[in-house]
Design a protein around this ligand. Structure first.
Ligand SMILES: O=c1ccn([C@@H]2O[C@H](COP(=O)(O)O)[C@@H](O)[C@H]2O)c(=O)[nH]1
Length: 277
């Protein structure tokens, strides 16, 4: 993939392109709104229009795998194109797959998404630590080997998340706090930024957790789910410079006119630069 770490690449991308990330999520409702059929030809037209509109200027794009998988192997082939063409246009690709399993299977997921020899290889993926943080070790090792990144779910944007993530662990801290601590350990000493990020929703409300993990912080839920730049400032405080605010539907509903989506990236970056400076 590259000799540079993902942490170094995302640090550079945030500094030069901005903190706004576009989710490329071809919802059935959006295909209909764009006047496209709910089939693989509609999926391809939608996804490639978005790539062309946003990948030349956004720091990171985040395709959500589920929306491609629902069309089977031909949908996955479209996802492969989204990854390759977004990277060719200069965006980093964070593939949102939320994988996590027993260690031996986690290795296979890591090979599928983080090994540059795979047609689905991305710059980084999302992962779930809820089979135990250590079950992600093969993913961490593979990411280190290939200069890729992993964003681990800590405090998700959905209302059901707290029943697991706010639960108290044996040490009295929250389960999410334990995930953040382990990420800080993985990123210790990395410069300018570690490659192991946390997923922390822009909608989580009040929190006492520390986000000083020396890694990138993916904040989904920005836009359509209600998260605002002011929420990000409040949640992340002094860690706000490492935040990547992700928005899907709020941008995609502006299509199929490409310029409207391109303008949304610029607006999003400007708003975030002002709020998080
Ligand atoms: O906590 C999380 C983790 C991931 N997501 C994903 O982000 C997008 C959100 O889409 P919007 O249209 O901007 O609401 C979607 O792909 C989710 O799977 C999240 O929302 N929350």
């Amino acid at each position: 993939m590259t000799s540079e770490t993902f942490g170094a690449r995302v640090h550079h991308a945030l500094a030069t392109r901005g903190q706004f990330c576009v989710g490329i999520d071809p919802h059935a409702g959006l295909l209909a709104q764009w006047g496209l059929p709910d089939d693989v030809s509609g999926l391809e037209r939608f996804a490639m229009t978005v790539v062309e509109a946003v990948a030349p200027s956004a720091s990171v794009v985040k395709p959500q795998s589920a929306f491609y998988e629902r069309f089977g192997s031909r949908g996955v082939a479209v996802l492969e194109r989204v990854i390759a063409e977004s990277r060719a246009a200069g965006a980093l690709v964070l593939l949102d797959v939320k994988r996590g399993d027993i260690g031996s299977t986690t290795q296979a997921y890591a090979d599928a998404y983080l090994d540059p020899a795979s047609p689905l290889a991305a710059d980084a993926i999302t992962a779930s630590p809820y089979l135990g943080f250590g079950s992600l070790d093969p993913m961490v090792d593979t990411a280190r080997r290939h200069g890729a990144g992993v964003f681990v779910l800590a405090l998700t944007s959905n209302k059901e998340g707290p029943e697991v993530q706010h639960a108290r662990a044996d040490d009295g801290g929250t389960v999410a706090g334990g995930v953040l601590r382990r990420l800080g350990e993985l990123n210790a000493g990395a410069e300018p930024l570690g490659s192991f990020g946390a997923v922390v929703g822009a909608t989580i409300g009040e929190t006492d957790e520390s986000f000083a993990i020396n890694g990138p912080l993916l904040a989904p839920g920005f836009g359509a789910q209600g998260g605002t730049p002011a929420d990000l400032r409040r949640i992340f405080g002094s860690a706000a410079g490492a935040v990547l605010a992700s928005s899907s539907r709020e941008v995609l509903r502006l299509g199929p006119e490409p310029q409207a989506m391109t303008d949304a990236v610029r607006r999003g970056n400007d708003e975030l630069a002002e709020a998080l400076a």
